[in-house]
Design a binder for this molecule. Structure first.
Ligand code: GLY
Length: 553
């Protein structure tokens, strides 16, 4: 009897279903079990993977306010059962008042304005983006998909230890803005595990969105956003909200050892970094090297170093950068050229000077879905920082993003403190800031093999690369794919980030090759679905965020 809770917990963390003739049951994996359950219930009612992803994303906006959102943006990659992948870009856009030098004050870089002011808020894309995806691939009624989120916001839900600690850690920031403090504290005191978090304003907003999604851009919700902007010096105006459109883009395609890779196109760099690095790795025998071996971590880091250098040079919003040389960057021939610059036993050098990358902003969240027909969705969305700008729109109950912090600092402003001033990603009216989000779907022999993605700022494509290597090169099961220690290299600063539980012998060998290492406790939070030998397995990243949950329909 005493072992029963442990048994239930193990069952909840890795869901596995026998699929004798292809997919016969769906799975939802996200960073909050309650949100996964909302999506799984939609699958039980016959909803598509997109339906489940939409319901899960709205529920995450309630139960995972650090990154789940209405006030942010992201990317939804779908591969419906018909096998024709689609991609909805609902990244935030800069307002008409934006310009490349907007983060300078009297000629000097103003970090506060770039990352923590109302000027850093982009037009939120989430509501329009989820609606756009549902319009084409939804099977259930739109209001049905918002029902769980409305209930969770109106009736509240008990906070986990994890959620209570996350909110308590932000209390000093929340105190700067009365509506945020009121929503996420008990009259200024920290909420505790087990307390119910009730969000009435958010429930009202969700009801409005369920009746008419466009209210967010040109109705009562828009009026609440604009009132806050005008009263407090924000840049968003009615015309910016009205002009917002999600964009359907062509999926970025690659291949890795015979497996098709479907990834995110610009304005994300996720697909470019992932596919370019995989192309380089394809020429090395990683299987023989072994998971977590010095050779595997060294080669992955060298491949990422080169892909990230190209990211910095070429990537930005494609509407403003029509000449991004993606064909070349993603070609096997280019990867072969890059391989000739990698020594198997020695670290390369990114740059002669030491360079401090700006503080990483890890708070983004990812969800993976597969439905019983074999349709799959990989969705990553974000507010940028944890809880975004930490600013609830008064009366509307949702947090604003500070996504424009993802634009480069100012023209030519690349320096040793970590500022980047390369042209493709400078701010401009209507422009989308470059992202690292990397939703991915792998397809083998015409069927989905892996659905994955992660938060983690610039480390996102590296985390996804690790999950792909674990599944394809090392044939791990879903649990091992998620749990294995991860690594990351981003060109500058010139060092490998490794998770602390990587073997000490591997760390020592990497140092002996000339690599600088930095250890972190955890990298990202990958939610994984793996289909192998007729079995669908969902594995939630509970090792890095305990509330994560995989729920089968
Ligand atoms: N704000 C995180 C990203 O878009 O990469």
């Amino acid at each position: 009897m005493r072992n029963r809770p442990v048994l239930f917990l193990l069952l909840a963390l890795t869901i596995s279903a026998q699929m004798p003739h292809g997919i016969s049951g769906g799975v939802v994996v996200s960073q909050e079990r309650l949100a996964s359950e909302a999506g799984a219930q939609v699958l039980r009612e016959g909803g598509s993977a997109v339906d489940a992803a939409v319901a899960t994303a709205f529920a995450l906006a309630v139960v995972h306010p650090a990154a789940g959102n209405l006030g942010g943006g992201g990317f939804l990659l779908s591969r419906p059962a018909n096998g024709q992948p689609t991609f909805v870009d609902f990244r935030e856009t800069a307002p008409a008042a934006a310009e490349p030098r907007m983060w300078l004050k009297e000629g000097a870089y103003d970090e506060e304005r770039h990352h923590h002011s109302l000027a850093s808020v982009g037009v939120p894309g989430t509501v329009a983006g989820l609606h756009e995806a549902w319009k084409r691939e939804g099977r259930l009624a739109w209001p049905r998909l918002l029902r769980p989120a409305i209930r969770l916001a109106r009736d509240g839900f008990p906070l986990s230890e994890n959620q209570a600690a996350s909110l308590a850690a932000q209390l000093p920031e929340f105190r700067k803005h009365a509506p945020t403090l009121a929503q996420f504290s008990r009259e200024g005191l920290p909420l505790r595990a087990g307390d119910r978090l009730v969000q009435r304003d958010l429930a009202r907003t969700l009801v409005r969105v369920s009746r008419n999604w466009a209210d967010f851009y040109r109705g009562d919700i828009a009026r609440l956003i604009l009132r806050d902007m005008k009263a407090n010096g924000g840049l968003l105006r009615s015309a910016d909200l009205r002009a917002y459109r999600p964009v359907r883009r062509e999926v970025l395609r690659g291949s890795y050892r015979g497996v098709e890779v479907l990834g995110a196109p610009p304005p994300s760099s996720g697909g470019q970094v992932l596919i370019e690095a995989l192309n380089v790795l394809e020429g090395f025998d990683l299987k023989a090297a072994g998971a977590g071996s010095p050779a595997a971590v060294h080669l992955a880091s060298e491949a990422l170093r080169r892909a990230f250098a190209d990211r910095a040079r070429f990537l930005g919003d494609p509407s403003f950068n029509p000449d991004i040389p993606l064909d070349r960057l993603l070609s096997k021939a280019y990867a072969a050229e890059l391989r000739t610059t990698i020594r198997p036993d020695r670290a390369s050098v990114s740059a002669p000077d030491r360079f401090t990358w700006p503080r990483d902003r890890p708070d983004t969240t990812h969800l993976s879905v597969i439905d019983r027909r074999g349709g799959a969705v990989s969705l990553t969305y974000t507010l940028e920082d944890s809880y975004g700008l930490k600013r609830i729109v008064p009366g509307a109950g949702f947090l604003l993003n500070n996504e424009l912090g993802d634009f480069n600092a100012a023209p030519g402003l690349t320096d040793a403190t970590g500022l980047i001033g390369t042209p493709p990603n400078l701010a401009g009216p209507g422009k989308r800031p470059l992202s690292s989000m990397c939703p991915v779907i792998l397809v083998k022999d015409g069927s989905v093999l892996l659905v994955s993605g992660s938060p983690g700022g610039r480390s996102i494509p590296s985390t996804v690369l690790n999950t792909v290597m674990n599944a394809v090169d090392f044939s791990m099961d879903a649990r091992a794919v998620v749990d294995a220690p991860r690594c990351h290299h981003q060109w500058l600063p010139d060092r490998i980030q490794v998770e602390a539980d990587l073997a000490e012998a591997t760390k020592a060998a990497l140092k002996a090759m000339g690599h600088d290492l930095i250890e972190v406790k955890k990298q990202g939070c990958a939610q994984v679905i793996l289909v192998r030998d007729g079995r669908t397995e969902g594995a939630a990243d509970t090792k890095r965020w305990p509330d994560s949950g995989a729920v089968a329909e």
